[in-house]
Design a protein around this ligand. Structure first.
Ligand code: TYM
Length: 333
């Protein structure tokens, strides 16, 4: 970690198979930031248990996510890769922040409302506290920038509010973070309901393209993607299906949406969907191969996590002792 460099923090929950939305909205952007910033990237297992998880599956997915981080190009020397629950300061800071967060504001969070509807049988305290834990993650490292997809903007804003509120009450303690939401890839939508975001937990198997999907499955899902009754490939609000496919295509080809529109001018939806599927499958193939190779080397993954947790721990400890001092916890001499 270099003195004076800006700090970046982000995380993904190991709560299901990752989609191309998680890749485009988050992980892929992290890779391009790691040289310039001091980065902390976590596997948010404590967030994941706010909805019911099968314990053995959670453990497996945690390791798979680490392998995926590395396969996408994160460099364990250049950033701290670790599992959230291995650094106890996250839970400790969450507790203190709970005392400056209000029940009213937490109950109004969009994700809390959505998840409460979806998991009506399990509206646990953790689900409501999710944004406070996320604020603790971010503030613990004196983070400057939080690269996330558009759906997480509200949570980063709450982290900012809590930082400002705490600083006002107890004196300057936390740096106030900014969300970093890149336009391209920030909201990849479902292939079946293209006005909704693509999600790990969608029940419709054709709605989401997973990073582990095989080529055939990827092509099939794009072939079945919902479009419209026109036959014109252009980006427009009234054409959410085609627009989503254009965003995905341009993102994975590294070109702009108008460039993609020009490429498909006069072509039919069938050819277009096939081209999108092939582009995504080609882009994912090397990541999938590298992920599989890394998963076979458990000792290496464990070493990466141990080193990452140590780096995170020492940074987290600094902030937490400051917080404990500010709120008046007695520690002796
Ligand atoms: P999670 O696991 O739900 O999402 C991980 C990241 O993927 C982005 N994302 C998308 N981006 C574009 N299109 C989509 N369809 C799409 N779906 C998901 C999300 O915006 C996110 O960036 N609560 C966080 C995890 C977390 C965290 C943090 C993030 C825990 N602590 C601290 C930042 C900082 C989340 O939503 O994970």
């Amino acid at each position: 970690m270099e003195e004076g460099r800006k700090i970046v923090y982000s995380a993904v929950q190991p709560s299901g198979n990752l989609t191309i939305g998680n890749y485009a909205g988050a992980i892929r952007n992290w890779v391009s930031m790691q040289r310039e910033y001091d980065c902390f990237f976590a596997v948010a297992d404590m967030h994941a248990i706010t909805v019911r998880q099968e314990p053995s599956l959670l453990r497996r997915r945690t390791l798979e996510l680490v392998a995926l981080y590395l396969a996408c190009g994160l460099d364990p020397e250049g950033c701290a890769l670790y599992v959230q629950s291995a650094v106890p300061q996250h839970a400790e800071l969450c507790w203190v922040l709970n005392t400056v967060a209000y029940v009213g504001e937490m109950s109004r969070m969009t994700q809390f409302k959505d998840k409460s509807q979806k998991h009506a049988e399990n509206i646990n305290m953790g689900l409501m506290d999710y944004p406070v834990l996320m604020a603790a993650d971010i503030l613990l490292y004196q983070t400057d920038l939080v690269p996330v997809g558009a759906d997480q903007k509200q949570h980063v804003e709450i982290a900012r509010d809590l930082a400002v509120r705490f600083n006002n009450r107890f004196g300057e303690t936390f740096r106030v973070p900014e969300p970093l939401i890149l336009r391209s890839g920030a909201k990849i939508c479902s292939l079946q309901e293209p006005t909704k975001k693509m999600s790990k937990s969608d029940e419709n198997p054709n709605a989401s393209v997973f990073l582990t999907d095989e080529r055939d499955a990827i092509l099939r899902k794009f072939k079945r993607a919902v479009t419209d009754s026109e036959n014109e490939i252009r980006f427009a609000e009234e054409k959410p299906g085609v627009s989503n496919l254009l965003s995905i295509y341009s993102y994975f080809r590294g070109i702009t949406v108008p460039e993609a529109e020009r490429e498909f001018a006069g072509k039919g939806y069938g050819d277009f969907k096939l081209a999108v599927g092939e582009t995504v499958a080609d882009a994912l193939a090397p990541v999938q191969a590298e992920r599989a190779r890394l998963l076979a080397d458990r000792a290496y993954l464990d070493r990466v996590l141990k080193a990452g947790a140590e780096k995170a721990y020492s940074a987290a400890r600094r902030t937490l002792s400051k917080v404990h001092r500010k709120v008046g916890f007695y520690r002796g001499d």
